[in-house]
Design a protein around this ligand. Structure first.
Ligand SMILES: [Zn+2]
Length: 438
């Protein structure tokens, strides 16, 4: 596993109402004030794709701001902290702010939510007067209480935190499992499941992974004051599975609809998923060893059994219409989907069906249709999955699957233009990986 580089890029950072006020604080965290020579109170939109190989030290904010007689400070709440002590560390010199907070009903949350480690930002003038205080709220990851000095008085309101979006690039090699690799590389779970979704038409992440498989991923990371708020979307990824290289890049068409495409503009999505099971930390570790011999004895086995814990979500393998939903002999609770005219997929032994699903319902690929169970002739929880072409059972793992619609010809030039940067970043990651392997 190698973390090759981190790339910082401001991307669709949404300026909130007090974003400008906090410009200095936000910029300082990324060590960009000195680099860009900007004046305080300026929101910097950094040029895209500026690589920062290591985290830069924070510049001395006080020194930078002394000329303007305004100090922006960030302090973390400490164990056993009081609001008074916190304000004092933030450089607030007069009591009026604290007096206001003590008497305001909305401010009560501040006293209740002094969680150790929480970053609190304040803008304080030279004489110790508090002009802005930003206090992130517990429970909601992107809301904060904001106290503003206003016409000699104070005003408190709940606002969106000013968020910054980084682009992160990471590479990892698989030793035992996908989650083992992503954990080692510090990649969030949501990125691992996104990877499994993106490449789900080509790779069955429950069965196909091999030791030595490797991947590179470029994704958005959304944070406030350097603290991760949530993980965004994968922008591009490369997955080398059993010697085959797959690449995907996110592209948003002129109609605003986005999707993942191969480097040459083919839709990465095929007509059917390789595995109809949702890939998760729980399902990925489930053993395939204790599969039932019972069904095999009773009748010729016409499908594939995916062992998974009861309740694991089952996804529609392709766009289709519900042809059957209910109990049927050894299948137990079963759903049969029809796709176009010649394909059917069958999902057996379910513990339950997705709410609102009924015969005739239209489903899209990857929609959750039911949950793994052990109903019917099953000795343990698993999904029995069949793939039929013109009524004939075929092995879903080997059958040639129809591809989804490619990008329209008139969009290709725009696609190439917009994805050029990500593709060359993937090239970069690959050549560095190869260099490390030599
Ligand atoms: Zn089966």
């Amino acid at each position: 596993m190698t973390i090759l580089a981190q790339l910082h890029r401001y991307r669709d950072a949404k300026p909130g109402p007090f974003w400008a006020l906090l410009g200095v604080a936000a910029i300082s965290l990324f060590g960009m004030v000195a680099a860009f020579g900007t004046a305080p109170d300026t929101v910097v939109i950094a040029p895209p794709q500026r690589p920062v190989v290591e985290q830069l030290a924070r510049p001395n904010i006080d020194a930078l701001d002394s000329a303007t007689d305004i100090f922006v400070r960030e302090e973390r709440v400490q164990r056993g902290d009081t609001v008074a002590a916190l304000l004092s560390r933030l450089g607030v010199g007069d009591d009026s702010a604290l007096t206001f907070l003590l008497g305001d009903a909305k401010a009560a949350a501040i006293f209740r939510q002094m969680s150790p480690g929480k970053p609190v930002t304040a803008k304080v003038s030279g004489d110790g007067t508090l002009s802005t205080l930003v206090f992130p709220l517990n429970g909601s990851k992107d809301q904060a209480l904001v106290l503003d000095h206003d016409n000699g008085g104070y005003r408190i309101s709940e606002q969106m935190l000013p968020l910054e979006t980084y682009v992160v690039m990471k590479s990892a090699e698989i030793r035992h499992s996908l989650f083992g690799a992503t954990d080692a590389a510090g990649i969030p779970d949501s990125i691992a499941t996104q990877l499994a979704d993106i490449f789900g038409s080509d790779i069955d992440f429950h069965r196909d992974l091999r030791t030595g498989d490797r991947f590179s991923v470029i994704y958005e990371s959304i944070s406030h004051l350097g603290k991760l708020v949530r993980t965004g979307r994968i922008l591009a990824a490369e997955f080398v599975n059993d010697g085959h290289t797959y690449r995907a890049v996110w592209y948003e068409g002129m109609d605003g609809k986005g999707g993942y495409y191969t480097a040459d503009g083919q839709n990465i999505r095929k007509g059917f998923l390789r595995s109809p099971l949702e890939f998760s930390r729980i399902s990925s570790g489930f053993s395939n060893a204790r599969l039932h011999p019972l069904l095999n004895k009773i009748r010729a086995h016409k499908g594939i059994d995916f062992a998974a814990p009861t309740g694991t979500r089952v996804k529609a393998a392709g766009d289709g219409i519900v042809e059957f939903e209910g109990r049927q002999g050894g299948y137990g609770n079963v759903i049969i989907l029809r796709h176009q005219s010649q394909y059917e997929t069958v999902y057996g032994h379910l513990s339950g069906f997705a709410a609102g699903l009924h015969v005739g319902s239209r489903v899209s690929q990857s929609d959750v249709i039911g949950f793994v169970g052990a109903t019917g002739l099953a000795t343990g929880p698993h999904l029995h999955y069949e793939f039929r072409v013109n009524g004939v059972h075929r092995n879903p793992l080997t059958v040639a699957l129809p591809a989804a619609a490619p990008l329209a010809a008139d969009q290709l030039a725009r696609f190439r233009d917009q994805t050029l940067a990500e593709i060359s970043q993937l090239d970069d990651l690959r050549s560095r990986n190869l260099a490390l392997l030599d």
